[in-house]
Design a binder for this molecule. Structure first.
Ligand SMILES: *[C@@H]1O[C@H](CO)[C@@H](O)[C@H](O)[C@H]1NC(C)=O
Ligand SMILES: *[C@@H]1O[C@H](CO)[C@@H](O)[C@H](O)[C@H]1NC(C)=O
Ligand SMILES: *[C@@H]1O[C@H](CO)[C@@H](O)[C@H](O)[C@H]1NC(C)=O
Ligand SMILES: *[C@@H]1O[C@H](CO)[C@@H](O)[C@H](O)[C@H]1NC(C)=O
Ligand SMILES: *[C@@H]1O[C@H](CO)[C@@H](O)[C@H](O)[C@H]1NC(C)=O
Ligand SMILES: *[C@@H]1O[C@H](CO)[C@@H](O)[C@H](O)[C@H]1NC(C)=O
Ligand SMILES: *[C@@H]1O[C@H](CO)[C@@H](O)[C@H](O)[C@H]1NC(C)=O
Length: 325
């Protein structure tokens, strides 16, 4: 039986709405006050010079030092954005903290166009770059599958997936209802910002799955400690959002392999996406700026940049680590 598209969309939107956090009016007022205050500081993180060799150190009870050598930086000067508070948007049903590990390349051999994603984090209370906060990403592969959930079809609308699993939509809770099917970790990873409040993650350009435009989930964690395997042990989550790409760019990439082989469903565009508009809250721009690595052809790979503005006092109810006993 065919479920009408609008009904599916309504179900998805209402599910997402229910599953998101509901900030109190006080939170909302506080966020509104913070959201625009750094406009005059435009260009500060933006002018941070990117370092060729990064050396990072983290403490997880034991002291471990990780030396990381990145490939050549593609920006000398990182993109200039107006700083506004990044809106809180649902973490979605594929959040799975136990598979999020500390690393600077989360590709794990997944085919796709290389993407070096640079994120600058700004503390909206001080308008200053925020060093040593963990920036956490997860996204689907070139044909729409999320690691740890590879047993769930990327082409089946979420309500139907739940139906197949015998889980009533009304009982489903993001981060609580366990839908994971395996322990794969591809295209999930996190890395701390450097002293300039900037970090870089190597990944591939995401593909798409049913009813969602192409997006990457991003969280920012402060006060973090890790398990020995690089997953989060304790942390304060201060931002949960999604970032997107320009439609013209997406069109170019979806026309080539391996993306073009995903023909079972039609791609949802930014304009048709149910979550996309929410990411423009606080006048934030959630669209990643992109530069081709060879200066010409994005299909050869690209560097993306986006700024995230956080309120370090707005610690989210930490249901994010439920997947990580
Ligand atoms: C940043 O961009 C804005 C808008 O394009 C521009 O007005 C401003 O001069 C730029 N600031 C710096 C420091 O480049
Ligand atoms: C430190 O490392 C040891 C050996 O790997 C481990 O047994 C211990 O639990 C670690 N301590 C903390 C606080 O993580
Ligand atoms: C890492 O360790 C945590 C805590 O023991 C565990 O729950 C998680 O499954 C492990 N994750 C990976 C990717 O090994
Ligand atoms: C994406 O992941 C799924 C599940 O592991 C896999 O079957 C599929 O081949 C992957 N896509 C590509 C393009 O490799
Ligand atoms: C994942 O790894 C854990 C710990 O190693 C194991 O107990 C579990 O059976 C594995 N599989 C799934 C589907 O979680
Ligand atoms: C930071 O984390 C530690 C360990 O989990 C906790 O005891 C402390 O209260 C946290 N600090 C803040 C400011 O949240
Ligand atoms: C994709 O959209 C086209 C045009 O609306 C339609 O003809 C086609 O059946 C759709 N394909 C799928 C797989 O839904």
């Amino acid at each position: 039986m065919q479920i009408p598209f609008l009904l599916i969309l309504t179900l998805v939107v209402s599910a997402l709405a229910h599953l998101g956090r509901h900030p109190s009016p006080r939170d909302v007022a506080h966020h509104a006050a913070l959201s625009m205050m750094c406009a005059d500081n435009v260009g500060q993180v933006g002018n941070a010079r990117y370092k060729r060799n990064l050396a990072r150190r983290w403490h997880d009870g034991n002291t471990t030092t990780v030396e990381v050598t990145t490939e050549a930086p593609y920006y000398e000067i990182i993109h200039n954005d107006t700083y506004v508070l990044t809106p809180e948007v649902t973490q979605g049903p594929y959040v799975w903290p136990r598979s999020q590990t500390l690393r600077q390349d989360m590709t794990e051999g997944q085919p796709g166009v290389p993407l070096w994603l640079d994120v600058g984090v700004v503390d909206m209370a001080t308008c200053q770059p925020l060093p040593n906060v963990l920036v956490d990403f997860w996204h689907c592969n070139a044909t729409g599958s999320y690691s740890s959930f590879t047993g769930l079809s990327p082409d089946t609308p979420f309500p139907q997936l739940l139906d197949k699993l015998g889980i009533p939509m009304s009982t489903f809770e993001i981060g609580k209802t366990d839908l994971h099917t395996d322990n794969t970790t591809f295209l999930r990873g996190m890395w701390p910002t450097d002293k300039n409040g900037v970090m870089e993650m190597k990944t591939i350009f995401p593909g798409f799955y049913v009813l969602r435009t192409i997006h990457i989930h991003v969280q920012v964690h402060t006060n973090w400690t890790l398990h020995a395997n690089g997953t989060i042990k304790t942390a304060n989550t201060v931002s949960t959002g999604q970032i997107y790409f320009n439609e013209d760019l997406v069109d170019k990439l979806m026309a080539i392999e391996p993306y073009v082989s995903h023909t079972a469903i039609n791609r949802t565009t930014n304009a048709a996406d149910a979550v996309f508009p929410y990411d423009f809250g606080n006048e934030y721009n959630p669209v990643v700026s992109v530069v081709p690595i060879d200066g010409e052809d994005v299909t050869k790979g690209m560097v993306g940049y986006i700024t995230i503005g956080v309120d370090t006092n707005a610690v989210e109810y930490d249901d994010n680590n439920v997947g990580n006993p």
